[in-house]
Design a protein around this ligand. Sequence first.
Ligand SMILES: Cc1cc2nc3c(=O)[nH]c(=O)nc-3n(C[C@H](O)[C@H](O)[C@H](O)COP(=O)(O)OP(=O)(O)OC[C@H]3O[C@@H](n4cnc5c(N)ncnc54)[C@H](O)[C@@H]3O)c2cc1C
Ligand SMILES: NC(=O)c1ccc[n+]([C@@H]2O[C@H](COP(=O)([O-])OP(=O)(O)OC[C@H]3O[C@@H](n4cnc5c(N)ncnc54)[C@H](O)[C@@H]3O)[C@@H](O)[C@H]2O)c1
Length: 477
Amino acid sequence: MAPYDLAIIGSGSGNSLITPFWDDKRVVLADQGIPSTGAFGGTCLNVGCIPTKMYVRPAALARVPEEASRLGVKLSEARADWPGIRDRIFGRIDAISEAGRDYRELLEHVDLLSERVRLTGPRSFRTASGVEVSAQQMVIAAGSRPVIPEVPGVELPQVHTSDTVMRMEELPEKILIIGGGYIACEFAGIFSGLGSEVIQVNRSIGLMNQLDAEIAAAYSAQAQTNWTVHYQRTLAGVVEDAEGKAVAQLVTSDGRTEEVRADAVLLAIGRVPNSDTLGAAEVGLDLHPDGRIAVDEKLRVQMDGVPVEGVYAVGDVSSPPMLKHVANHEARVVAHNLEHPQQLRRARHEAIPAAVFSHPEIAHVGLTEDQAAEQIGAENLTVKTQRYGDTAYGWAMEDDYGIMKVIADARDGQILGAHAMGYQSSNLIQPIVHAMSFGQDAYTAARGQYWIHPALMEVTENALLGLDVPIPPEAPL
Ligand SMILES: Cc1cc2nc3c(=O)[nH]c(=O)nc-3n(C[C@H](O)[C@H](O)[C@H](O)COP(=O)(O)OP(=O)(O)OC[C@H]3O[C@@H](n4cnc5c(N)ncnc54)[C@H](O)[C@@H]3O)c2cc1C
Ligand SMILES: NC(=O)c1ccc[n+]([C@@H]2O[C@H](COP(=O)([O-])OP(=O)(O)OC[C@H]3O[C@@H](n4cnc5c(N)ncnc54)[C@H](O)[C@@H]3O)[C@@H](O)[C@H]2O)c1
């Protein structure tokens, strides 16, 4: 077969690369489909960001009667209709995924290969059925997959990953969640909100330990008031008992064994890039120790440390943070670079924010306090932790746990990081992402604009104002 102009592996972020520029050229898009359903369109749409947040919202609503009663409003008890919620969510998502596949199949200049592929060179691959494909330019956007521990019983139907847990038949009365990161904490929030008994087990002490230590500790304490959390345990295996329940064997760090009986077990212990199943190392692509394909700042893959012209990688298969907004940015950069090989642009990886849509919600951007101290010295830092409850709206909410912490360079007011936990923290942090991205110092970011009083956003304003930073000459009052 003659070489294509462009070959893309992966229909998540990879799908957005087929811009009108390619209308008069030949493009091939290969995607094996989501393993559990065969769906087109990648992780975010089918088994990631979108369906999880469609569960986060009903779970938050199910918690409303409790909060309302605290503020003097009696609402009747919440009861989640899991099959109804599930069918509404996937009724919407599956339709989008199918329409996306149909659209790609209709396009005359695009060949869609719905099967697994393996690289045969940096610009070529072979499909599982033996179709050989080569192209002038290629993009690897093959994503990542859940880590499955190598212990007995993980293939039992009661044992899930994020790929399958959202399509369960019934809401589990009791669910055991293994892991203490993004996915485990989001699902713990979802299932506890919808009414399941949740037991979360993490290998280390604390949840969300990759975050700023103050936020991780505050979140871990809060999580323990909302569901059961056990630390220093790993999964040794799962068996099915006579009633069809899962019985998980856990091993504690001091060698004791424990059993937890539950209707479902969710494995959420990390994700690995799909570079191995693609055979990236075998064709000579450079990999990081964690399996990510190494790329330069223009997102070209590298062989022996040298960028390969016209071959790019984007998203989870190569990015350090596995986040959809990062994959989207990288896809925009690669779309440009494919179309303008003489004017390559760089990807921007500064001030990347992220949120954990758990209960409570967490948001963060930039350095943790420890990282900032390491980078510029603790004596040069100024740090403010603002409680939601000490602002007007937080006080009206009678909020007693929300916090926003901002870290800046005390010498010039440069904002180095921000970390928040509480209601709508993913929105409250955005002005700080803005200030960091556009190089505004903390004082100018706080005083250079009006803040609506008494909106909850005053948490962000007060966190910035609480920093001990120099006031620039002629700064707004
Ligand atoms: C439960 C969950 C919740 C998440 N929530 C958020 C969130 O709230 N916010 C956020 O920013 N991020 C979130 N993420 C992360 C986000 O989903 C990913 O960062 C993003 O989807 C990665 O996109 P991608 O294009 O790199 O890969 P993907 O969308 O995974 O696309 C890769 C595609 O390549 C295909 N493929 C892989 N190998 C082969 C092969 N050998 N042959 C053929 N096809 C292949 C796969 O089938 C897949 O369709 C979440 C992830 C999960 C799992
Ligand atoms: N809201 C979001 O942006 C969002 C949501 C979900 C996922 N994601 C992305 O997906 C990635 C993967 O998420 P994740 O939660 O699977 O990974 P993670 O790296 O965030 O967390 C993995 C957790 O599992 C624990 N762990 C590892 N091995 C274990 C074991 N054997 N037993 C018990 N615990 C163990 C680790 O201590 C850690 O707490 C995230 O890093 C994130 O980039 C983002």
